[in-house]
Ligand binder design. Sequence first.
Ligand SMILES: *[C@@H]1O[C@H](CO)[C@@H](O)[C@H](O)[C@H]1NC(C)=O
Ligand SMILES: *[C@@H]1O[C@H](CO)[C@@H](O)[C@H](O)[C@H]1NC(C)=O
Ligand SMILES: *[C@@H]1O[C@H](CO)[C@@H](O)[C@H](O)[C@H]1NC(C)=O
Ligand SMILES: *[C@@H]1O[C@H](CO)[C@@H](O)[C@H](O)[C@H]1NC(C)=O
Ligand SMILES: *[C@@H]1O[C@H](CO)[C@@H](O)[C@H](O)[C@H]1NC(C)=O
Length: 437
Amino acid sequence: MPSISGLHLSIVLLAYSASSLPADSCCNRLKSVSGDNVFFPGSSLYLESVSSYFFLEQRSSPACIVAPSTSEEVAKTVITLTHCGEIEVAIRSGGHSPNQYFSNTKGGITLDLRRLNSINVSETGSTVSVGTGALWGHVYDVLDPLNKTVVGARVYDVRIGGFLSGGGISFFSPQDGFGCDNVLNMQVVLANGTIVDANTTSHPQLFRALKGGQNNFGVVTRFDLEIKSRSRFWGGAIVSPGAADAAQLDALLKIEQTFVYYGSQQSFLSSNNLFYLTDPPDPNDIRALNRFTEVYGLWKKTTNKLAARAPNCTSALTYQSVPPPPGATKSKNSFPFTEASETHNLVLMLTSLYSPEESDYATIHEEAQVFINLVENIVEKSEGGTSWKYLYYAASWQDPLSGYGQEMITQLKAVASLYDPESFFQNVVKGGFKVQK
Ligand SMILES: *[C@@H]1O[C@H](CO)[C@@H](O)[C@H](O)[C@H]1NC(C)=O
Ligand SMILES: *[C@@H]1O[C@H](CO)[C@@H](O)[C@H](O)[C@H]1NC(C)=O
Ligand SMILES: *[C@@H]1O[C@H](CO)[C@@H](O)[C@H](O)[C@H]1NC(C)=O
Ligand SMILES: *[C@@H]1O[C@H](CO)[C@@H](O)[C@H](O)[C@H]1NC(C)=O
Ligand SMILES: *[C@@H]1O[C@H](CO)[C@@H](O)[C@H](O)[C@H]1NC(C)=O
């Protein structure tokens, strides 16, 4: 009997200390303000939210999840969160980042924006307003029957906000730039709960900062996007065995032009800024090819090492083009590329490493860091190499914002302190890459 009462006692103590944590009292405050929008562990909506993250690392357990369905409710939520003291907050639209805690928390509060998912085509049919939590696939489902589209994600179940605030590479990017370059207006909830429009005439610095600067400045609740006409387009993947890698590399400069066909009218082939073959070949192309081959060799070595330590892992190396900078008719983003800079020669390298075994994660990160350091050495030595990294492809231990250039970082910091003087998005919202660190 004594041992049973001892057990009881410890449960009571645990429950008591848990409810006195700031996150729990904040959840209760949210509950009194937002009622049914707040989910607690054990409820089916909570479980649905946690289990719906694409990467297992993100399926951590917040103290509660708050899921508003209007921008006014987001504003109320943000005001409550800014008054909760020492808590951790994560903001989620789709939750597609592989970086732990970028869009979920463990024991903190997760702001789940997936209910902000409406899609309204304007009367003139030239723009579409999209809630930050809508699926790109649903936007295409609305626009496809009209033979229209937008510069959005290449994956159906990625959501709007996370994709557009850090850039966004689309099938149309070789022609139209990053997804964010085709945004006309963003509705933003600021740290003090004010809802503003950010566009070229209203809060233009905030607008620019949000095109690449991600979650440092406010919560974007709605994006107004330019609609574009499209013809039918084709695409797909031709998969070859590993033995063909050498031949694939030799053909790399040609492949995008030879095998990828995106459309009859809006042919991306001529506007593909990345690979071209002249006859005789441009010596720059040859130099580039040497670098691709060198990086490929390192990747192969790394992958073999990794496979020996983590046999169930998957390792991928992808080369793709960096979208061209916004031209004269578009407003600027926060990336360091201008029309004068030679982005047509830049190739973005992505290494994706997966494993179903949690015990492999540390090994994967370790090997990935060694590999990335070696690649960075190659890039540093390369004429025209850039330290810019694509924020969405960066691991949490990388520092993509530093590659935006000192001038832009200074500007991003100024925008962050102007719109978020109490540093809510810097300190309380833990995940993401921070401008002030
Ligand atoms: C779409 O229109 C509805 C009805 O007017 C409105 O409630 C909703 O906020 C709009 N959504 C967007 C993303 O503009
Ligand atoms: C869309 O394009 C297809 C094929 O070109 C055509 O048959 C169809 O009529 C078009 N639909 C609209 C709404 O314009
Ligand atoms: C920019 O914001 C202002 C202020 O809300 C608004 O009147 C204007 O229509 C917006 N511009 C665009 C392109 O949405
Ligand atoms: C690899 O996966 C197989 C099949 O799921 C499993 O039986 C095995 O234990 C895994 N190996 C390691 C080292 O995790
Ligand atoms: C909210 O913050 C913005 C940006 O810092 C500021 O312009 C505005 O006056 C603030 N509103 C209130 C009600 O404090």
